[in-house]
Design a protein. Structure first.
Length: 262
């Protein structure tokens, strides 16, 4: 029951969608630093290659790029096929790829719903469905395979920003995570989500540049999340320490959701 065994992910095979930037990059580094083999996938092939170069220089685990445009179902299928040529099993699937769209209520377009829900919600299911056979191959009762979906506090609270499709998609991710926990748990595959608050990322960059002080003042811990925060939570869920957690939505926000504004 020592810490080195409880939180050990050395030798595990991991796939992180959107793993080249932002929260996905933080998660990828957490796994590689601790000896895992991480497949990084996003539509930006150059960023995938750059992230892998940087992570491989750490000299511990290994990072491998398989670029894919997750808006396109055909690309997701190619990703699964390419992965299958390289590996026969998958211990951890982290679905992190996502997009946002902000616009005033009266002007909010249909295209925003199609784009955001496709990537943020539908593709979480698509990727999980396609990778299930590899997750099953790695799973055991003692050490289940893991599905970890990256949600958001905006899928729990009502956001001030007019991001209707985003918050709805993340609420959907949280519930899909629970539905998958019931279905996949019978195959020794756990399914959990992280409802993330503000972290340094491309998606948050513009918002943080304008409202960082206001955002941090509304967080009981007084700061935005760090790479260690999200990597640590993910490593917990992916390791023996988190093997009995299934169907949980872990709020990772410094207390934003429970902060009172009265």
């Amino acid at each position: 029951m020592d810490v080195s065994n409880l939180f050990n992910v050395k030798g595990k095979i991991v796939l992180v969608t959107g793993g080249a930037k932002g929260i996905g990059r933080m998660i990828s580094e957490g796994f590689v630093t601790n000896g895992a083999t991480v497949y990084i996938s996003s539509r930006d092939a150059r960023s995938c290659d750059q992230a892998c170069t940087e992570l491989n220089s750490l000299g511990r685990g290994k990072a491998i790029a398989i670029p894919a445009d997750f808006y396109k179902e055909a690309d997701v299928k190619k990703l699964a096929e390419e992965f299958g040529k390289r590996e026969s099993k998958l211990h951890v699937l982290v679905s992190n790829s996502g997009s946002n769209w902000g616009a005033p209520y009266d002007e909010y377009p249909e295209s925003a719903w199609t784009r955001v829900l496709t990537l943020n919600l539908q593709r979480v299911f698509t990727v999980t469905q396609l990778m299930t056979k590899y997750l099953e191959a790695a799973a055991s009762a003692e050490d289940p395979s893991r599905v970890i979906n990256i949600g958001s506090v905006d899928g729990i609270r009502v956001p001030e920003l007019e991001t209707f499709a985003y918050s709805s998609s993340k609420a959907g991710v949280h519930h899909l995570t629970k539905v998958l926990a019931n279905h996949l748990g019978r195959k020794n595959i756990t399914s959990n989500a992280l409802a993330c608050g503000p972290f340094e990322s491309k998606m948050m960059a513009a918002t943080l540049s304008q409202f960082r002080d206001a955002i941090e003042s509304g967080i009981p811990l007084g700061r935005i999340g760090s790479p260690q925060d999200v990597a640590g939570a993910t490593l917990f869920l992916a390791s023996r320490a988190g093997a009995y957690v299934n169907g949980a939505v872990l709020t990772l926000d410094g207390g934003t959701v429970v902060s009172s504004k009265l």
